[in-house]
Design a protein around this ligand. Structure first.
Ligand code: ARG
Length: 286
Protein backbone atom coordinates (compact mmCIF):
# COMPACT_ATOMS: atom_id res chain seq x y z
CA UNK A 1 0.00 0.00 0.00
CA UNK A 2 2.75 2.42 1.04
CA UNK A 3 4.86 1.42 -1.95
CA UNK A 4 1.95 2.00 -4.31
CA UNK A 5 1.47 5.47 -2.90
CA UNK A 6 5.17 6.27 -3.39
CA UNK A 7 5.09 5.15 -7.02
CA UNK A 8 1.93 7.15 -7.74
CA UNK A 9 3.44 10.24 -6.12
CA UNK A 10 6.64 9.82 -8.13
CA UNK A 11 4.66 9.42 -11.35
CA UNK A 12 2.70 12.56 -10.61
CA UNK A 13 5.88 14.54 -10.00
CA UNK A 14 7.34 13.30 -13.29
CA UNK A 15 4.12 14.20 -15.11
CA UNK A 16 4.12 17.65 -13.58
CA UNK A 17 7.72 18.28 -14.54
CA UNK A 18 7.11 17.06 -18.05
CA UNK A 19 4.12 19.39 -18.45
CA UNK A 20 6.10 22.37 -17.19
CA UNK A 21 9.06 21.58 -19.44
CA UNK A 22 6.86 20.96 -22.48
CA UNK A 23 4.99 24.18 -21.81
CA UNK A 24 8.24 26.16 -21.71
CA UNK A 25 9.47 24.57 -24.89
CA UNK A 26 6.26 25.45 -26.68
CA UNK A 27 6.38 29.03 -25.53
CA UNK A 28 9.92 29.35 -26.73
CA UNK A 29 9.12 28.06 -30.22
CA UNK A 30 6.20 30.39 -30.59
CA UNK A 31 8.41 33.29 -29.48
CA UNK A 32 10.98 32.19 -32.03
CA UNK A 33 8.35 32.13 -34.72
CA UNK A 34 7.21 35.55 -33.75
CA UNK A 35 10.65 37.10 -33.90
CA UNK A 36 11.26 35.31 -37.20
CA UNK A 37 8.08 36.84 -38.56
CA UNK A 38 9.15 40.24 -37.33
CA UNK A 39 12.52 39.99 -39.08
CA UNK A 40 10.77 38.87 -42.26
CA UNK A 41 8.48 41.86 -42.10
CA UNK A 42 11.38 44.21 -41.47
CA UNK A 43 13.21 42.77 -44.45
CA UNK A 44 10.18 43.26 -46.63
CA UNK A 45 9.62 46.80 -45.48
CA UNK A 46 13.13 48.13 -45.74
CA UNK A 47 15.33 45.98 -47.96
CA UNK A 48 12.91 44.82 -50.63
CA UNK A 49 10.04 47.24 -51.21
CA UNK A 50 7.55 45.46 -53.44
CA UNK A 51 7.52 47.00 -56.91
CA UNK A 52 3.99 46.24 -58.02
CA UNK A 53 4.54 47.69 -61.49
CA UNK A 54 7.41 45.22 -62.02
CA UNK A 55 5.39 42.39 -60.47
CA UNK A 56 2.47 43.08 -62.83
CA UNK A 57 4.77 43.18 -65.86
CA UNK A 58 6.43 39.94 -64.76
CA UNK A 59 3.06 38.24 -64.28
CA UNK A 60 1.95 39.57 -67.68
CA UNK A 61 -1.43 40.60 -66.30
CA UNK A 62 -3.16 43.35 -64.40
CA UNK A 63 -5.80 42.10 -61.97
CA UNK A 64 -8.64 44.54 -61.35
CA UNK A 65 -11.40 44.10 -58.77
CA UNK A 66 -14.88 45.32 -59.62
CA UNK A 67 -18.54 44.76 -58.83
CA UNK A 68 -20.18 44.11 -62.20
CA UNK A 69 -23.69 45.12 -61.20
CA UNK A 70 -23.38 48.78 -62.11
CA UNK A 71 -24.17 49.62 -65.74
CA UNK A 72 -22.78 51.65 -67.48
CA UNK A 73 -19.70 51.55 -65.19
CA UNK A 74 -19.43 47.74 -65.22
CA UNK A 75 -21.92 44.99 -65.93
CA UNK A 76 -22.31 41.51 -67.37
CA UNK A 77 -22.89 41.97 -71.08
CA UNK A 78 -24.58 38.88 -72.48
CA UNK A 79 -25.66 40.47 -75.78
CA UNK A 80 -23.09 38.51 -77.78
CA UNK A 81 -24.33 35.21 -76.34
CA UNK A 82 -21.22 35.12 -74.16
CA UNK A 83 -21.01 36.58 -70.67
CA UNK A 84 -18.41 39.36 -70.70
CA UNK A 85 -17.86 42.13 -68.19
CA UNK A 86 -18.02 45.48 -69.99
CA UNK A 87 -18.51 49.17 -69.29
CA UNK A 88 -16.77 52.50 -68.86
CA UNK A 89 -14.54 51.29 -66.01
CA UNK A 90 -13.53 48.22 -68.00
CA UNK A 91 -12.41 50.40 -70.93
CA UNK A 92 -10.37 52.42 -68.43
CA UNK A 93 -8.89 49.21 -66.97
CA UNK A 94 -8.02 48.10 -70.53
CA UNK A 95 -6.19 51.38 -71.12
CA UNK A 96 -4.17 50.90 -67.91
CA UNK A 97 -3.30 47.31 -68.88
CA UNK A 98 -2.26 48.55 -72.32
CA UNK A 99 0.03 51.19 -70.80
CA UNK A 100 1.64 48.46 -68.70
CA UNK A 101 1.85 46.17 -71.74
CA UNK A 102 -0.06 43.34 -70.05
CA UNK A 103 -3.32 41.40 -70.25
CA UNK A 104 -6.33 42.48 -68.20
CA UNK A 105 -8.01 40.15 -65.73
CA UNK A 106 -11.27 41.32 -64.16
CA UNK A 107 -12.36 39.84 -60.83
CA UNK A 108 -16.04 40.30 -60.07
CA UNK A 109 -16.89 40.55 -56.36
CA UNK A 110 -19.35 42.31 -54.11
CA UNK A 111 -18.55 45.99 -53.82
CA UNK A 112 -17.89 45.99 -50.06
CA UNK A 113 -15.07 43.44 -50.45
CA UNK A 114 -13.07 45.31 -53.14
CA UNK A 115 -11.02 47.52 -50.80
CA UNK A 116 -9.97 44.56 -48.66
CA UNK A 117 -9.15 42.61 -51.84
CA UNK A 118 -6.86 45.51 -52.82
CA UNK A 119 -5.26 45.64 -49.36
CA UNK A 120 -4.67 41.88 -49.19
CA UNK A 121 -3.26 41.90 -52.74
CA UNK A 122 -5.93 39.64 -54.19
CA UNK A 123 -6.21 42.33 -56.87
CA UNK A 124 -3.82 45.06 -58.04
CA UNK A 125 -6.44 47.81 -57.93
CA UNK A 126 -10.16 48.46 -57.64
CA UNK A 127 -12.18 50.14 -60.40
CA UNK A 128 -15.89 50.20 -59.60
CA UNK A 129 -17.26 53.72 -59.81
CA UNK A 130 -15.54 54.43 -56.49
CA UNK A 131 -16.44 57.80 -55.01
CA UNK A 132 -13.46 59.52 -53.40
CA UNK A 133 -14.20 59.76 -49.66
CA UNK A 134 -12.11 60.84 -46.66
CA UNK A 135 -12.98 57.59 -44.88
CA UNK A 136 -11.64 55.44 -47.73
CA UNK A 137 -8.56 57.67 -48.03
CA UNK A 138 -7.51 56.48 -44.58
CA UNK A 139 -6.79 53.00 -45.94
CA UNK A 140 -6.24 53.41 -49.69
CA UNK A 141 -4.97 55.84 -52.32
CA UNK A 142 -7.17 57.32 -55.01
CA UNK A 143 -6.06 58.19 -58.52
CA UNK A 144 -6.99 61.53 -60.00
CA UNK A 145 -10.75 61.61 -60.73
CA UNK A 146 -11.93 60.25 -64.08
CA UNK A 147 -15.60 61.16 -63.87
CA UNK A 148 -18.08 63.06 -61.72
CA UNK A 149 -21.47 61.76 -60.59
CA UNK A 150 -24.15 61.90 -57.93
CA UNK A 151 -26.44 59.53 -56.04
CA UNK A 152 -30.02 59.21 -57.25
CA UNK A 153 -33.30 57.82 -55.92
CA UNK A 154 -35.02 55.29 -58.14
CA UNK A 155 -38.50 54.02 -57.31
CA UNK A 156 -41.32 51.98 -58.87
CA UNK A 157 -44.02 53.87 -60.71
CA UNK A 158 -46.97 54.64 -58.48
CA UNK A 159 -44.97 54.45 -55.23
CA UNK A 160 -45.95 58.04 -54.47
CA UNK A 161 -42.31 58.87 -53.74
CA UNK A 162 -41.23 62.12 -55.36
CA UNK A 163 -38.00 62.80 -53.49
CA UNK A 164 -35.89 62.33 -50.38
CA UNK A 165 -38.53 63.70 -48.00
CA UNK A 166 -40.99 60.98 -48.98
CA UNK A 167 -38.64 58.23 -47.81
CA UNK A 168 -39.74 58.50 -44.18
CA UNK A 169 -41.08 55.10 -43.10
CA UNK A 170 -40.14 53.59 -46.48
CA UNK A 171 -37.72 50.76 -47.18
CA UNK A 172 -34.68 51.90 -49.12
CA UNK A 173 -32.45 49.36 -50.85
CA UNK A 174 -28.73 50.15 -50.80
CA UNK A 175 -25.55 48.38 -51.75
CA UNK A 176 -23.33 47.48 -48.79
CA UNK A 177 -20.32 49.71 -48.30
CA UNK A 178 -21.41 52.38 -50.76
CA UNK A 179 -21.85 56.12 -50.39
CA UNK A 180 -25.50 55.45 -51.28
CA UNK A 181 -25.73 53.46 -48.04
CA UNK A 182 -24.12 56.31 -46.09
CA UNK A 183 -26.55 58.83 -47.56
CA UNK A 184 -29.57 56.60 -46.88
CA UNK A 185 -28.50 56.16 -43.24
CA UNK A 186 -28.87 59.90 -42.80
CA UNK A 187 -32.38 60.09 -44.23
CA UNK A 188 -34.65 60.46 -41.25
CA UNK A 189 -37.13 57.64 -40.76
CA UNK A 190 -35.94 55.61 -43.77
CA UNK A 191 -35.57 51.86 -43.22
CA UNK A 192 -32.50 50.40 -44.88
CA UNK A 193 -32.24 47.07 -46.66
CA UNK A 194 -28.65 46.20 -47.56
CA UNK A 195 -27.68 44.22 -50.65
CA UNK A 196 -24.36 42.73 -51.81
CA UNK A 197 -25.25 43.43 -55.42
CA UNK A 198 -27.27 46.23 -56.99
CA UNK A 199 -29.11 43.95 -59.43
CA UNK A 200 -30.78 42.10 -56.55
CA UNK A 201 -31.79 45.42 -55.01
CA UNK A 202 -33.39 46.42 -58.32
CA UNK A 203 -35.15 43.05 -58.48
CA UNK A 204 -36.63 43.72 -55.04
CA UNK A 205 -37.71 47.15 -56.28
CA UNK A 206 -39.44 45.59 -59.28
CA UNK A 207 -41.22 43.21 -56.88
CA UNK A 208 -42.06 46.14 -54.58
CA UNK A 209 -40.20 44.55 -51.69
CA UNK A 210 -38.32 47.82 -51.30
CA UNK A 211 -39.78 51.25 -52.05
CA UNK A 212 -36.67 52.88 -53.45
CA UNK A 213 -33.02 52.21 -54.27
CA UNK A 214 -30.15 54.71 -54.10
CA UNK A 215 -27.38 54.36 -56.71
CA UNK A 216 -25.30 56.57 -58.98
CA UNK A 217 -27.42 58.65 -61.38
CA UNK A 218 -26.16 56.94 -64.55
CA UNK A 219 -26.83 53.53 -63.00
CA UNK A 220 -30.34 54.53 -61.95
CA UNK A 221 -30.93 55.70 -65.53
CA UNK A 222 -29.65 52.43 -66.97
CA UNK A 223 -31.85 50.25 -64.75
CA UNK A 224 -34.86 52.52 -65.31
CA UNK A 225 -34.46 52.40 -69.08
CA UNK A 226 -34.34 48.59 -68.86
CA UNK A 227 -37.70 48.70 -67.06
CA UNK A 228 -39.14 51.97 -68.35
CA UNK A 229 -42.75 50.87 -67.79
CA UNK A 230 -42.07 50.07 -64.12
CA UNK A 231 -39.25 52.24 -62.71
CA UNK A 232 -38.54 55.96 -62.55
CA UNK A 233 -35.95 58.41 -61.19
CA UNK A 234 -37.27 60.91 -58.64
CA UNK A 235 -35.95 63.92 -56.75
CA UNK A 236 -32.65 65.74 -56.90
CA UNK A 237 -29.16 64.30 -56.87
CA UNK A 238 -28.21 63.47 -53.27
CA UNK A 239 -24.53 64.32 -53.73
CA UNK A 240 -22.06 65.22 -56.45
CA UNK A 241 -18.78 63.42 -56.23
CA UNK A 242 -15.68 62.44 -58.16
CA UNK A 243 -14.91 58.81 -59.03
CA UNK A 244 -11.41 57.41 -59.06
CA UNK A 245 -9.32 54.24 -59.09
CA UNK A 246 -8.47 52.62 -55.73
CA UNK A 247 -4.87 51.55 -55.04
CA UNK A 248 -2.71 50.43 -52.12
CA UNK A 249 -0.96 53.34 -50.41
CA UNK A 250 2.50 51.88 -50.96
CA UNK A 251 1.98 51.45 -54.72
CA UNK A 252 3.03 54.97 -55.64
CA UNK A 253 4.64 53.96 -58.92
CA UNK A 254 1.46 52.22 -60.01
CA UNK A 255 -0.54 55.29 -58.97
CA UNK A 256 1.65 57.37 -61.30
CA UNK A 257 0.94 54.99 -64.18
CA UNK A 258 -2.84 55.18 -63.56
CA UNK A 259 -2.75 58.98 -63.29
CA UNK A 260 -0.75 59.20 -66.52
CA UNK A 261 -3.32 57.02 -68.32
CA UNK A 262 -6.22 59.17 -67.09
CA UNK A 263 -4.38 62.40 -68.00
CA UNK A 264 -3.54 61.05 -71.47
CA UNK A 265 -7.15 59.95 -72.02
CA UNK A 266 -8.32 63.42 -71.02
CA UNK A 267 -5.82 65.26 -73.21
CA UNK A 268 -6.38 63.13 -76.29
CA UNK A 269 -10.16 63.50 -76.12
CA UNK A 270 -10.47 59.74 -75.66
CA UNK A 271 -12.11 60.12 -72.23
CA UNK A 272 -14.84 62.29 -73.79
CA UNK A 273 -15.41 59.54 -76.35
CA UNK A 274 -15.71 56.97 -73.56
CA UNK A 275 -18.22 59.21 -71.76
CA UNK A 276 -20.18 59.59 -75.00
CA UNK A 277 -20.12 55.83 -75.60
CA UNK A 278 -21.16 54.71 -72.09
CA UNK A 279 -23.02 57.62 -70.51
CA UNK A 280 -24.85 59.03 -73.55
CA UNK A 281 -25.23 56.44 -76.30
CA UNK A 282 -25.29 53.22 -74.27
CA UNK A 283 -28.70 51.54 -74.23
CA UNK A 284 -28.88 48.63 -71.80
CA UNK A 285 -30.62 45.53 -73.13
CA UNK A 286 -34.32 45.30 -72.29
N1 ARG B 1 -20.19 55.47 -56.11
C1 ARG B 1 -20.63 54.66 -55.03
C2 ARG B 1 -19.53 54.48 -54.01
O1 ARG B 1 -18.42 54.78 -54.23
C3 ARG B 1 -21.18 53.32 -55.47
C4 ARG B 1 -20.24 52.48 -56.28
C5 ARG B 1 -20.80 51.08 -56.49
N2 ARG B 1 -20.09 50.41 -57.53
C6 ARG B 1 -20.42 49.23 -58.04
N3 ARG B 1 -19.70 48.76 -59.02
N4 ARG B 1 -21.43 48.55 -57.58
O2 ARG B 1 -19.75 53.99 -52.95
Amino acid sequence: MKKHFKITALLMVILLMATVLFGCAQKETSQNNQSQQQTNQQNNNSNQPVDTVEAIKKAGKLVVGTSADYPPFEFHDISSGKDVIAGFDIDLAEAIAKELGVELEIKDMSFDTIISAVLTKKVDMGIAGFTITEERKKSVNFSIPYIQGGQQIITYKGSGITGKDDLKGKTVGVQLGTTGEEIAKKIEGAKLKQFDKVDTAVLDLLNKKVDAVIVDFAVAKAYASQNSDKLELVGNLLDDAAKAVVLRKEDEKLLEVVNKVITDLKNSGELDKMVQKWFVEFKPKQ
